[in-house]
Design a protein around this ligand. Structure first.
Ligand SMILES: NC(=[NH2+])NCCC[C@H](N)C(=O)O
Length: 483
């Protein structure tokens, strides 16, 4: 492989808030600018986006922040030059000025690397052309492109000669969903939505063929399908007990031996069971808690409903929590409410060796308190910050724009969207400092502050365009190494 691809680096995630050292991301690519209104919803966006704004004024800040925290040498002192470059070449894998960090890694770069190998290129081209039903002629034409351009085509569907060969992958920016590092294992997803199928083929090739994961090949887990899966009705019509789908936003590595799996619109109970069996058999974890949430577009994955901020602080949506439940029970109407509303939310905890006797946990706060105190050794109280400060109607409004979907750079230092005002107020009330990404980067660049000095801080990311894609900073990250 040319250009010295990164090889054999460590992989390991055992918590949600230990210092983030390496992660997989994907900068919005040209495919996002090709989404047409009639397909936006099918492609899991609520609207079309303005690509240039999304990149320059929003996502690029995310990358700059990540670099400052994880790989400062790549960025320190260069901010003005980067900001002034109209080509954004610093952010584009395969170009001369690309930041090429081994800590903040764009999956597009890894894809470009593996496509340098003739054997991989032939196999992957055939696989993509197969699922996208390309003609033989197109398959032949694709061999003309160099590796990095081919990676761009596979991701964006768009060819530099202005042809669209197949649909873009606008959701690849949500790298969280393609796979999950569970201790020293990597679990690959099985997407529920057709719009995300090509993503998982690309991910499968990257994890199996890129030298970066060479030492982990034995530790890559693919979820076995239902033996009779080919008899099941198409997509979502199959029942939760037969269909095998799982997306990374539903899997949270909260403590070294404890994994959470959400069963949701995207992750089926069947898949959760398969994963539990494999992880217990391999002894990767000892405890798995399954959180069943209503299958609703707004909830999608469990990480849209809660994420961890600090060992003893969590942000969550009250509607699915004890607080919301207590509020509902204050009047008598709940006696008449459709039973399924409550039944759709359930928490069951399974312990290795005793899977037949799961323990029911009544609400989210109890579970999260147990994790903080029982698994992570917190001795004091555990605090909860509610979306929209639990004030009607801001809880739901702000959850919709990812108030509960935060990425911890380290314990207590998180990145989230700037638009969720009430949630930000709630963070301030709990003693968190709030600072914009832009301001923070200026302070870093002028040596007024260093990343390691920050404590209890919420860094806000501009989000007018990004939030239309229905995912926040937690979704936009696949941590590879923490701690
Ligand atoms: N982990 C997450 N919550 N990811 C959000 C993914 C959003 C994306 N538009 C989808 O619907 O698939």
């Amino acid at each position: 492989m040319a250009n010295n691809p990164i090889s054999g680096l460590p992989v390991g995630v055992s918590s949600e808030t230990a210092t983030l050292r390496r992660l997989l991301i994907h900068s919005p690519d040209r495919g996002l600018g090709k989404v047409v209104p009639s397909k936006a919803q099918d492609w899991l966006f609520e609207d079309i986006v303005h690509l240039d704004t999304m990149r320059r004024k929003e996502y690029d800040y995310y990358v700059k922040l990540l670099l400052y925290f994880l790989d400062p040498e790549k960025i320190k002192g260069k901010l003005a030059e980067i900001n002034e470059d109209p080509t954004r070449s610093f952010f584009i894998p395969g170009t001369e000025k690309y930041f090429a960090s081994d800590h903040v890694v764009d999956i597009q770069r890894l894809l470009g690397d593996i496509l340098e190998e003739p054997n991989v290129r032939i196999k992957l081209t055939a696989a993509i052309c197969g699922i996208e039903r390309c003609s033989y002629q197109i398959q032949e034409e694709l061999h003309r492109f160099d590796a990095h351009e081919l990676a761009r085509i596979f991701i964006s569907g768009y060819c530099s000669d202005k042809r669209m060969l197949f649909a873009p992958l606008p959701n690849l920016i949500f790298t969280r969903d393609i796979g999950i590092v569970i201790n020293d294992h990597i679990l690959l997803n099985k997407p529920a939505k057709a719009a995300r199928t090509r993503e998982s083929i690309l991910a499968q090739f990257v994890f199996f063929y890129h030298p970066m994961f060479a030492n982990f090949k034995e530790n890559i887990i693919e979820i076995p399908e239902n033996e009779r899966h080919f008899l099941l009705p198409d997509d979502e019509k199959a029942s939760d007990y037969q269909r095998c789908t799982l997306e990374g936003g539903d899997v949270m590595m909260v403590a070294p031996r404890h994994l959470l799996i959400g069963c949701s619109e995207r992750t089926s109970i069947y898949a959760a069971q398969q994963v539990m069996k494999i992880l217990f058999d391999k002894s990767v974890v000892d405890k798995i808690t399954i959180i069943k949430i209503p299958k609703k577009r707004d909830y999608m994955h469990i990480d849209t409903v809660f994420t961890q901020v600090r060992r003893d602080v969590w942000v969550l949506l009250s509607a699915l929590a004890r607080v919301g439940d207590e509020a509902r029970k204050k009047d008598v109407l709940h006696f008449f409410a459709p039973v399924d509303v409550n039944k759709e939310f359930r928490i069951l905890q399974f312990v290795k060796g005793n899977q037949q006797h799961p323990r029911e946990i009544e609400n989210l706060e109890d579970l999260l308190t147990e994790i903080s105190q029982g698994d992570l050794g917190v001795s004091g109280p555990v605090r909860f910050i509610y979306s929209g400060d639990n004030e009607f109607p801001y809880g739901e409004r702000e959850q919709w724009t990812d108030s509960c979907n935060l990425l911890a750079l380290r314990d207590g230092v998180v990145i989230g969207y700037d638009r969720n005002d009430k949630t930000l107020e709630a963070f301030k009330k709990q003693g968190f400092k709030v600072i914009t990404a832009k301001r923070l980067l200026e302070k870093f660049e002028h040596n007024e502050l260093a990343p390691q000095d920050l404590t209890d801080t919420f860094i806000t990311l501009p989000s007018a365009e990004l939030s239309r894609a229905r995912g926040g900073s937690h979704c936009m990250s696949m941590p590879l190494l923490r701690g």
